[in-house]
Design a protein around this ligand. Sequence first.
Ligand SMILES: Cc1cc2nc3c(=O)[nH]c(=O)nc-3n(C[C@H](O)[C@H](O)[C@H](O)COP(=O)(O)OP(=O)(O)OC[C@H]3O[C@@H](n4cnc5c(N)ncnc54)[C@H](O)[C@@H]3O)c2cc1C
Length: 410
Amino acid sequence: MASPSLIPAHFIVFFVVSRLMSIIGNLRPSKNSLPCEIDSLGVHAKLRYDLDAIGLASTDYGNIVHEIPSAVLYPTSIDDIIELIKFSNECPLPFNVAARGHGHSVRGQAMAHDGVVVNMLSLKKHYKNGNGIRVSTSGNYADVGGEQLWIDVLNATLEHGLAPLSWTDYLYLTVGGTLSNAGFSGQTFLYGPQISNVLELDVITGKADFMTCSKDQNSELFYAVLGGLGLFGIITRARIVLAKAPKRVKWVRMIYSDFSIFTRDQEHLISTKGLEYLEGSLLMDYTPANNWRSSFFSPSNESQIISLLKKHGILYCLDMVKYYDDETANSVDKDVQMLQEGLNFIPGFTFMRDETYVDFLNRVRRGEITLKSKGLWDVPNPWLNLLVPNVSKKEDYGSKCTDQRSRDQT
Ligand SMILES: Cc1cc2nc3c(=O)[nH]c(=O)nc-3n(C[C@H](O)[C@H](O)[C@H](O)COP(=O)(O)OP(=O)(O)OC[C@H]3O[C@@H](n4cnc5c(N)ncnc54)[C@H](O)[C@@H]3O)c2cc1C
């Protein structure tokens, strides 16, 4: 008679292994919230559930918000992303899909709670021809993958003596990431933000359609995606306007103690021809004159500024930049002098640096390296950027809006 307690050995092994597998499965953050059919997709092998991948995708520069995705896609082609989004649409309970560029958002914008984060940088390694940055033969534009970092766009276009016109202060951000926002820096007053310097996009829409769009083709999609916070599709290619790259810059910083005088000069300068960059910033008496984003002052200048700060508590800096190259090297100082004529910064408080164009554009990187070396990068980084409207021009603005509205109504 067979004993009822006898269980075949291979069954026990099978039971233990399958139990272990299910425990390990539960450790994989929340894979269970994805439909199991995901395992039959072609992209299945490119989905990662390990803690390294999940940890990265649930962290950003802000280090304030942490949303745990179920998986992270490391695509090797655009088709991988299309397949994933298509699958998400076909599921009875669609899951979120978010593109992650370089993760320099501050409040979890590139995260996908219980969904799938697409690690766009993974595409960079899988170009069959070239590096994902192609300069047109006319030299008027470059076609650039959405996953490319702006620093790489700069280096690739400089090989042709060309460069984009509009920048961010910091270049280790992806093209898709900044075009989903706006992309601001000191060139914006002249050329508009980066989103105003795009001729065409390739986009994977929320319905998994791959579409090319521009102001003349699928224009609704084009304008929705530019500045669309990643909500209207994933940018896989952007056609960026290029122009001749300058070689060097004269970078001038002027100091003010009166906010009205500071903004008046700022407005005067943006209406003047001949400068390529203008940005304002504050110095407070509890922060060093040279901060991580910009160490501009020499030690002797710094002590001058510190005593001025002690007196006023707050100072306003106006940074203006004039580009130049071999042909204009002899006249650039005179041009800067002329630009400064009639400005009302504190007498004597104007400082100039002469830098290569690349060093100037890449200035925040120096600060980043210093912060990282001090272990001060991977900490919570609250960040607030404000565009300050000109209150004294409020009436003008109001009447312009009314004019526009009445035109729209007729
Ligand atoms: C140190 C630092 C300096 C900065 N300086 C500036 C500055 O000078 N000017 C400025 O304008 N901004 C600046 N920013 C803000 C920055 O431009 C935005 O946070 C930008 O979104 C970051 O790009 P990213 O590649 O890291 O994008 P991520 O943080 O990875 O993503 C940002 C958003 O874009 C979406 N996204 C990412 N890739 C794509 C894609 N291919 N297609 C569609 N959507 C996508 C994401 O889903 C998310 O919504 C700075 C940020 C930091 C941390």
